[in-house]
Design a binder for this molecule. Structure first.
Ligand code: PEP
Length: 267
């Protein structure tokens, strides 16, 4: 049984004041769904401490947006996975397309970051996805398999038992253009098949156990339809996670789509 998960990626947005205001409005909405679905917020690193304190005992988990592939040393500007773990992070996004495209992180580098997150006892959220040109050239599967294979080569397929994969078509991120249900289903099924096909025979059915979330312009208006798809286990939400009403409604859509409605717990 795959527990649905909703992750908010604040990207490089926020301030002490804005974060406080957002969380005060958001947490009462999220707490309605915290037993039905897993929830995580990934603020920029300077705010991890603040957000950790604001999350308190709500059950909403803390995540980070990236982690170094190195343990420690002369890597100015990087945060080690151990440091993030010490801050209270449970999840770390790796391989976000903004890192791959804008900061030229290769799939091998992403794989090293994935390894570091696992080694520090946290769950990597591995982002994979194709650009518009790659999709239009019929290369979607090739690109995604290459991104997954780099991680398999680094840590082995069994490591996916402790990971989340986020399918994020690059052309859908922050553009308002969402992939169609057919496009999403097709890629999610292929990811499951790839993972199942890479697993040694004796291992559990990793492909079926793996949580695969979708990301790319998810909003209240389209969330339920996306989350109702059989192979979609939740969402990685960028822009909409900065709005309490919107993110709260997306969490509600995920709980509804997973068959859990209404208030299931109070703090
Ligand atoms: C993201 O940042 O991972 C993302 C999916 O962004 P958005 O929801 O804004 O498209």
């Amino acid at each position: 049984m795959r527990k649905p998960i909703l992750i908010g990626n604040w990207k490089m947005n926020g301030s002490l004041q804005a974060n406080q205001a957002l969380m005060v409005r958001l947490l009462p909405r999220l707490r309605l769904f915290r037993r039905a679905i897993d929830l995580a917020i990934c603020p920029p690193s300077p705010y991890l401490f603040q957000v950790r304190d604001l999350l308190g005992y709500t059950g909403v988990m803390l995540g980070a947006q990236n982690a170094a592939g190195y343990v420690s040393g002369a890597y100015t500007g990087e945060n080690s996975a151990t440091m993030l773990q010490e801050m209270g992070c449970r999840y770390v996004i790796v391989g976000h397309s903004e890192r791959r495209v804008l900061f030229h992180e290769s799939s091998q580098e992403v794989a090293a970051r994935f390894r570091a997150v696992l080694s520090a006892g946290m769950t990597p959220i591995l982002c994979v996805g194709e650009s518009l040109t790659e999709r239009e050239s019929g290369l979607t599967s090739v690109v995604i398999e290459q991104q997954l294979q780099a991680v398999v080569d680094e840590v082995g397929i069994a490591a996916f038992a402790n990971a989340v994969v986020a399918y994020e078509p690059v052309w859908a991120i922050g553009t308002g253009q969402t992939a169609t249900p057919e496009q999403i289903s097709e890629v999610h099924q292929k990811i499951r098949k790839f993972v199942a096909g890479s697993a040694p025979e004796a291992s559990i059915d990793l492909g079926q156990e793996l949580r695969i979330v979708y990301g790319g312009s998810v909003k209240q208006a389209n969330a339920y339809d996306i989350f109702s798809l059989a192979d979609v286990d939740g969402g990685l939400i960028g822009g909409a996670s900065l709005h309490a009403d919107e993110f709260g409604a997306i969490a509600g859509a995920l709980a509804d789509a997973s068959g859990v409605t209404g208030e299931v717990s109070a703090i």
